[in-house]
Design a protein. Sequence first.
Length: 216
Amino acid sequence: MNIDIFDDKYRYVGVAGKKEAHQQGLWHHVFSAVVLLKDSETIVLQRKAPGRYAFDRPDSVDISVGGHLDAGEMISDGVREIEEELGLKVQFDQLIPLGIRQTAATISPDYIANEFQHIFLLPLDMKFEDFRLPGGEVTGIVEVPLREGIDLLLERRKEVRVRALYVGEEGQRLEDGTLTKDDFTKAYLELDQLFLRLFIAARRWIDKEDPAQIFW
């Protein structure tokens, strides 16, 4: 896979392979979306399929959708990631832009993530159990109550009750369970506290604040 490369001011400089970009810490852009189920006021997070990274990656819950853009693709083309990972076909104008997160992280000696992360909120009128996961990239999704999730991330509570939907050779299965702060992808809990910011942005949208003034 080839991706577009930029300098640290987000000025286009050329094309490189995705593996090369991470090995050398080349700046590139990525697409991310957090799914909000409006009626239940819940956030959908994903669990990645194992073995998809060059480094040891724990089975933590992650942002609803995230992925790289092919060289030449526009940010709006990132909606294909939503279909590939969650099985949902949506239009770009359904997304609410939350801004760009410029992040630089050395995850392992040969995996450096220097990225411009375009982040969106995707409010949906659907029920959690109606998801039909395509499998492959994602092994399952977790439904987290929005306001309880904020309390969890603020360490006002130790755990929160969730529902999880997993996909495998025998199809999908729905399970009840609990989630603690330790279950979240660690990198998104540190420094800028991305998970907390995204949950708060979703709550502000639920509270009918002006979408143009809501950021991650």
